[in-house]
Design a protein around this ligand. Sequence first.
Ligand code: ATP
Length: 320
Amino acid sequence: MVRKIGILTSGGDAPGMNAAIRSVTRVALNNGLEVYGIHDGYKGLLEGNMVPMNRQSVSDILSRGGTILGSARLPSFREDAVQEECVRNLNDNKIDALVVIGGDGSYRGALALTQRGINCIGMPGTIDNDIPGTDFTIGFDTALHTCVECVDKLRDTSSSHHRCSIVEVMGNHCGDLALYTAISCGAEMVITPETGYDELEVLERLRYLDEAVHKKHAIVIVSEKTTDVQALSSKISQNTGFSGRATVLGHIQRGGTPTPSDRMIASKMGEKAVDLLLEGIGGHCVGIIDNEITSIPIQEALERPRKSRKKLYRLFERLF
Ligand code: ATP
């Protein structure tokens, strides 16, 4: 029977992680469990950097971005000896189970610990929305709001100067943040790992918008790691009637107060994570699929393809 659980945040931080920590802590305490907060992800687990959490430990954090527990990357956590040391630390502190909030790398760590006898539940925390086994991750909605707000502002100034704004957003090989931003902002083009990048096609479309549609501005949303936005911007200035301007939104997308939607999914997923541990289940990850909170084995989630966004790409083209 589970008596004491640990909670940690791992990988890149995301708004809503605090809401998740709060939910897990409060639901667990209300079920008579003891809760330990582990600082700096698996690094804190290795170093024994963990503190008991009470109700007040998670007061006033629901609306704060980032993670009060801190996050870190520990590449050596893939090694057997390091995992064994972490299990020893958990056993020494009588921690029976763990909730891990992070991305797919963190899930792999959670699976490894489960296989070593510590039941772990993964919760999807990243702005990239790149985790299989869930339609949406904690932090995605907040990052989307930030992107939309920034692009709306860029549109105002682009119109005044006959500019084409090329805006790079995050996503880590997943085009969701770019696609959702593009649809929400009425962008003229979106370039993601899913669409691929064809320079001639981009320039041709922009020339058409300038010469045939007489648009005052154009917005191109580019998913990070797809193409060099500075180079594209120069090409646009040289080959179309628009003056190209590249903007990389960068880490601003990771910050900010989480949206109500992120707070809601974080709270619901936290509840589910604790319920699973109370049932004696480990090696699962929680998610939201078709608006229902679900859980599936981590192994299965890692093998699943991400949800297809074909219909949304089609919608984007039909709105052009
Ligand atoms: P994000 O990509 O959103 O930042 P993530 O959880 O995928 O989140 P990673 O850096 O891939 O980020 O992983 C976080 C940590 O999880 C790693 O630093 C490492 O400690 C652990 N981890 C990653 N992959 C494995 C693995 N194969 N086995 C065990 N642990 C792993």
